[in-house]
Design a protein around this ligand. Structure first.
Ligand code: NAD
Length: 433
């Protein structure tokens, strides 16, 4: 099967590489000449474990290639995937569909024969029908549309794509179903669930799933705040709750609030869709508000550790990406917390295994260091913000010795008060304990 993948970001590149690994012939397109040049040179522009190797293997097999020329990729393709960004539109929280619609128009003009136009980007309900209108206005040939939202997690993207909990495909014709079934045949054969629905249901599933996960995180974060007041430990509470099969232990870890490229924008977009249809998404709207409060509470914790004022204090921050194993900084809690600390007059020293390339432009006025030990040098407070593996097993005694005042705000609960005290920390605060 010949596939064109429009957009080579976190989703498009992983999907393109994995489809080629399924045995399909994939041409990936991007508008960004730097990205295409890097990809053509065998370099992966993002940090995603395992991606470079899998990409090299499939390029070598001749099934995977990269181009700036959308028409070249789309001509003769049986399926054209749209995997461009859908960021929050400035001002109203709606998903910005500019890139999706621009891609749809270009695809329409480039189609040379029947193809299924598949939207992989996360898009509001009704978008696939609009994509169909835009493609139809530019196209002289027959086509179908399909909605195929993506659920991969950055940092585990290849495994998620190759061994998904489910694949969701919204479509309306048997012809499109045949094409989509052929594309996902390797997953059918291995009996991963593929859920066929209508277009609107597929679009809705993606937002409902992300809003639910954001709600679960926010729920446990709010319970954590109460735990701090009543003397309970959120780690025990999460464990006791999560063992209930109806609840489950995933997304039940208290932390500094959700961030990343999806949850913040998708919750806002769902709230907006609800408003437009006069069905307010009250739970989601509350989640968005509470998550902002949680990030502010983390700031208060750090200020409290500095005896009420961070002005002139040195703060070592471990981790700036929104989660480990990615270089993605979009809507990371660090982007709220660090600028506020800098604004209050703190000197911030940062270590992150992959965050610097993106983070340098986003976080001005801070000192980048190579590792946690360098970051801790002379610091008044150590803040654990992203739980990268290399921060999980630090020599805490060595860290404490390097600090001016060994105090720790462990916003991911990866250490305990006891081990921090044993290592020489005079104060330890976690989240919800
Ligand atoms: N990042 C994730 O973990 C994730 C997970 C599931 C779903 N999604 C959804 O997938 C979509 C893509 O997300 P992403 O993180 O990969 O975005 P991204 O910003 O990393 O990548 C988008 C890419 O599309 C390119 N592009 C834009 N318009 C183009 C055009 N007309 N032609 C060719 N290329 C074009 C951009 O240059 C960019 O490289 C979004 O809707 C997102 O919500 C993302």
């Amino acid at each position: 099967m010949k596939i064109a993948m429009i957009g080579t970001g976190y989703v498009g590149l992983v999907s393109g590489v994995c489809f080629s690994d399924f045995g399909h012939e994939v041409v990936c397109v991007d508008k960004n000449p730097d990205k295409i040049a890097q990809l053509q040179a065998g370099q992966v522009p993002i940090f995603e474990p395992g991606l470079e190797e899998l990409m090299a293997k499939n390029v070598a097999s001749g099934r995977l290639s990269f181009t700036l020329d959308l028409a070249e990729a789309v001509g003769g393709a049986e399926a054209v995937f749209i995997a461009v960004g859908t960021p929050t539109r400035r001002g109203d929280g709606h998903a910005d569909l500019t890139y999706v619609m621009a891609a749809a128009a270009e695809i329409g003009a480039a189609l040379t024969g029947y193809a299924v136009i598949v939207t992989k980007s996360t898009v509001p309900v009704g978008t696939n029908r609009k994509v169909a209108e835009v493609v139809a206005a530019a196209s002289k040939v027959a086509f179908d549309v399909a909605s195929n939202p993506e659920f991969l997690r950055e940092g585990a993207a290849i495994d998620d794509f190759m061994r998904p909990d489910r694949v969701v495909v919204g479509l309306e014709t048997q012809k499109a179903r045949k094409v989509m079934s052929d594309i996902y045949r390797p997953l059918f054969l291995r009996e991963f669930p593929v859920v066929f629905t209508g277009l609107e249901s597929a679009e809705m599933i993606k937002y409902a799933a992300n809003a639910f996960l954001a709600t679960k995180i926010t729920f446990i974060n709010e319970i954590a705040a109460l735990c701090e007041r009543v003397g309970a430990d959120i780690k025990d509470v999460s464990k006791g709750m999560g063992l209930d099969g109806r609840i489950g232990n995933k997304f039940l870890h208290a932390g500094p609030g959700y961030g990343g490229s999806c949850f913040p924008k998708d919750t806002k977009a769902l709230a907006r869709i609800g408003q437009e249809h006069a069905v307010p998404m009250q739970i989601t709207e509350t989640v968005i508000k509470v998550n902002e409060e949680i990030k502010r509470r983390m700031l208060d914790k750090i200020v409290d550790l500095c005896d009420g004022g961070v002005n002139g204090k040195t703060i070592a921050v471990l981790g700036v990406t929104f989660k480990p194993n990615t270089d993605d900084m979009r809507d990371a809690p660090s982007l709220t917390i660090i600028p506020a600390l800098v604004g209050f007059g703190a000197k911030v020293r940062v270590a992150d295994p992959q965050g610097r390339r993106e983070g340098e432009a986003l976080l001005p006025g801070i000192k980048w260091t190579d590792n946690a030990y360098q970051a801790a040098q002379g610091a008044d407070v150590l803040v654990v913000l992203t739980e990268w593996n290399e921060f999980r097993a630090l020599d805490l005694e060595r860290i404490a010795r390097k600090m001016a005042t060994p105090r720790m705000a462990d916003l991911r609960n990866i250490y305990s008060r006891e081990e921090a005290a044993e290592a020489g920390f005079e104060t330890y605060v976690g989240v919800g304990r």
